[in-house]
Design a protein around this ligand. Structure first.
Ligand code: ADP
Length: 520
């Protein structure tokens, strides 16, 4: 799974080149489905990487949990493995960066360090009722204004509220000041420092629903409404800066933890989208789009989220974020549900075997539609079928659907900021598909650039850590490490692209409001 690093060099190579002056940065990439650790050289090359897959548990419909100790032990295992591969100890590492699945919520005992129950995963819907209640009270408006987020079970705050309501031990510990709460970055920092440091980076804090992104502090009004004692919360840190030392007993030596960001923010940084107006899209199971809006906190008219991208020194950079729920997952469905092909990589050849999609549109509203439509009652649909439609048309329409959905989010971003976007940087598994990239450029009328390293998340964490420890001088230098693989320039005439977008819009109308509201 780590083959996507074009610049990967073997360990032997790394150490026969005799470049003893080069510095090493370690990136911990703790995701929902895996924990990974990657060692980067100061040239941006990968020295070695290791990954371990991680499971989710589904104890009830809509509930998603992970085991906090498994999150840590899998991460620990990959650190040990990667150091062994490279023939290093932690003392050889100049800085450690962390990037993580966001919003997932963990509570633990401040004295014993033991977790109290499962990590409530970001996907978990158990706090739906509490969110509904908040909306009925009109508190969603307070949350939107102060946190930039929507009132949804996705974010950490209502999950912590749930723990305090439902876990008697956690409640008791909270009352006696012995409860620690954290997102996954906090949990890893706690473990890495042998329980000495309880901290969170500001980009992760901005996803908790209890953090005020204007004042950049935990918000007392929200904490009071959620019944969360302030002492349970971690100390908020900038995304780049030494915040702690790795406990020397763990990995044979110590190194500073110097950079942290949530996965999407790290990807934006790893894509070197440092200037306002720069935007990235990650094409994975879903699509995650993030636009750097600089010092401006822009409130979206299209249901996009306002969030903190990162803090460097005293300067906070904001972002607009939008997601497409089903992107690569549509390709998976064609593969596993319809059995149209065996490997996602075949889709490029299938799609380009026909001149066009033959008028077919697939709206993959399997779980409703997100921004800018926000229709939970929508369901998937295929329209425009004729007797001539074949497999290739369907595959092409599926790839086009990924681009159409992303284009709608990007158009929303442009409209919210009142500025046209200049270019799009892309990454994620499906960005390997050249047809998809070209069609995205055609639809947007913008150049679309894929970097050499499409695993930008880990790269971003490494950049943040290296920036704080002198591995890299400044962002200008980091900019030079970001290397382009290929740029796709728009080739479709604008009026044709607009006509296609309009047709897509008509297809979306067919998908909207499909299930009765009582069926949700
Ligand atoms: P995630 O991190 O969300 O698991 P990845 O970034 O690993 O996702 O990307 C995997 C997704 O990309 C899968 O949903 C898969 O169907 C899709 N995918 C992978 N390769 C291709 C390809 N060549 N063309 C289209 N989709 C692809």
């Amino acid at each position: 799974p780590w083959a996507s690093y074009k610049s990967t060099i073997s360990c032997e190579q790394a150490f026969t080149e005799g470049d003893h002056m080069s510095k090493t940065v370690m990136a911990l990439d703790q995701g929902t489905t895996s924990s990974r650790t990657i060692l980067f050289r100061d040239t941006g090359e990968v020295i070695a990487s290791a990954g371990v897959s991680l499971e989710c548990r589904y104890p009830q419909s809509g509930w998603v949990e992970q085991h906090p100790e498994e999150i840590w032990s899998s991460q620990q295992q990959t650190i040990t493995e990667v150091l062994a591969k490279a023939g290093m100890t932690m003392a050889d590492v100049t800085a450690v960066g962390i990037t993580n699945q966001r919003e997932s919520t963990i509570a633990w005992h401040r004295e014993t360090g033991e977790s109290l129950g499962p990590a409530i995963n970001w996907q978990c819907r158990r706090t739906t009722n509490f969110c509904e209640k908040l909306k009925q009270e009109g508190f969603d408006k307070v949350l939107r204004r102060k946190t930039g987020l929507v009132t949804d079970p996705y974010f950490s705050g209502t999950k912590l509220h749930w723990i305090l309501q439902n876990n008697a031990e956690a409640r008791k510990l909270a009352d006696s000041g012995k409860l620690c709460f954290g997102t996954v970055d906090s949990w890893l920092i706690w473990k890495l420092t042998g329980g000495r440091v309880h901290a969170i980076d500001i980009s992760n804090a901005s996803r908790t629903l209890v953090f005020n992104i204007e004042t950049c502090t935990w918000d007392d009004e929200i904490l009071a409404r959620f019944g969360i004692p302030r002492e349970t919360l971690p100390e908020v840190k900038p995304s780049s800066g030494v915040i702690a030392e790795v406990d020397s007993l763990l990995f044979g030596g110590s190194a500073p933890i110097a950079g942290i960001a949530g996965d999407q923010q790290a990807a934006l940084f790893g894509q070197a989208c440092f200037q306002p107006g720069m935007v990235k899209n990650t094409y994975g199971t879903g699509c995650f789009l993030m636009l750097n809006t600089g010092s401006e906190r822009i409130t979206s008219e299209h249901g996009l989220l306002t969030t903190i991208a990162w803090q460097l020194g005293d300067t906070v950079t904001y972002a607009l974020e939008g997601a497409v729920f089903i992107a690569g997952a549509l390709i998976q469905w064609l593969r596993d549900g319809l059995e149209l092909f065996e490997d996602a990589a075949q889709t490029e050849a299938l799609a380009t075997a026909v001149a066009d999609s033959g008028g077919v549109y697939i709206v993959p509203a399997f779980v409703g539609l997100g921004a800018p439509h926000w229709d939970p009652y929508a369901r998937g649909t295929i329209v425009g079928l004729t007797r001539d439609t074949n497999r290739n048309h369907i595959v092409r329409a599926a790839l086009e659907a990924i681009a159409f959905q992303s284009a709608e989010v990007l158009r929303s971003m442009a409209s919210d900021t009142g500025q046209s976007l200049s270019a799009l940087r892309i990454d994620g598994g499906a960005s390997a598909n050249n047809f998809l990239c070209q069609f995205q450029a055609d639809l947007l009328g913008l150049p679309v650039t894929r970097p050499q390293v499409i695993e930008t998340t880990a790269m971003g964490a490494a950049f943040l850590a290296g920036l704080a420890t002198g591995v890299w001088r400044d962002q200008e230098q980091i900019q030079t490490l970001w290397q382009e693989d290929r740029t796709f320039t728009p080739q479709l005439e604008r009026n044709v692209a607009d006509a296609r977008l309009a047709e897509w819009g008509r297809a979306v109308e067919r998908a909207k409001g499909w299930i009765p509201s009582t069926n949700l």
